[in-house]
Design a binder for this molecule. Structure first.
Ligand SMILES: [Zn+2]
Ligand SMILES: [Zn+2]
Length: 254
């Protein structure tokens, strides 16, 4: 029975390949029965790689693009910036294949990409969790509207792929105005009060070290808002981990 099932599955995927041919987003090669990969295995491994440069100790920005002091970026140094979170870690930069993959996942609703991203970042995320002695991982939630439209919350799906336990104790009762063209200040106002801690978890954060997990760090407004909320409920430390980090110079508005 099992072999019949698997040959049926192969037949179905072969027919799907013919009906909906898929190509690697990097080299253009045909992705035979790999509909969930947005790139072929070779291109994925070559392009979805960790960022290993120095990072700003306050906002996490790659220092090579905004050099300031030895461990602080120019913006944090000049504006004396502070955030509610204690650290920012991320796997890679939001450009090239990682950017393409995250966009396909979110906007083309290509859910299986989450699994591939999760498996790619898993070891790195585990290392960060152990270095920072994190007690709880919380994925950034999406609103009910987004969930209905997309069918899934990408941050939870990536964590499932990474096999990292998490607790979804946050909720986002509504979707604020689209964020992509706003500055940090505008985004901060936009996300104020947008997140809530589910009632049953409100007492459980006291003294905990929590890690907020998100797909992309853009200006930090979302992470900052959530970190402030968690600290008001007694979290001792709040760290941030995202799959991708958007360097300042690639933001459309400053
Ligand atoms: Zn390729
Ligand atoms: Zn900085």
């Amino acid at each position: 029975m099992t072999s019949l099932k698997s040959s049926l599955r192969n037949l179905v995927s072969a027919v799907l390949d013919l009906l909906y041919p898929n190509f690697c987003g990097v080299c253009g090669s045909f992705l035979f029965r790999e509909h969930y990969f947005v790139a072929c295995k070779e291109c994925w491994e070559e392009n979805f790689t960790p960022y290993t440069g120095e990072k700003c100790s306050i906002c996490g920005h790659p220092l090579e693009f905004l050099p300031g002091a030895p461990d602080i970026c120019k913006r944090c140094l000049e504006k004396k910036r502070t955030f509610n979170f204690d650290s920012v870690s991320y796997f890679t930069l939001y450009r090239g294949l990682p950017e393409f993959a995250v966009k396909e996942l979110k906007f083309s609703r290509l859910k299986p990409v989450a699994d591939v991203i999760g498996k790619t970042i898993s070891n790195h995320l585990l290392e960060v969790l152990s270095q920072l002695s994190v007690d709880l991982v919380v994925p950034v939630p999406v609103s009910k509207e987004t969930l209905k439209e997309r069918g899934f919350n990408q941050t939870e799906e990536i964590l499932k792929g990474a096999e990292i336990p998490y607790v979804s104790f946050l909720e986002k009762p509504f979707t604020p105005e689209k964020q992509s063209t706003l500055s940090f200040k505008e985004r901060s106002e936009n996300v104020r009060g947008v997140f809530r801690i589910k009632k049953e978890f409100r007492m459980g954060l006291f003294g905990k070290s929590v890690l907020i997990f998100d797909d992309v760090f853009t200006t930090g407004a979302t992470a900052n808002e959530i970190a402030g909320l968690l600290k008001r409920y007694g979290a001792r430390k709040v760290h941030v981990y995202t799959v991708c980090y958007t360097p300042f110079n690639s933001l459309s508005k400053k």
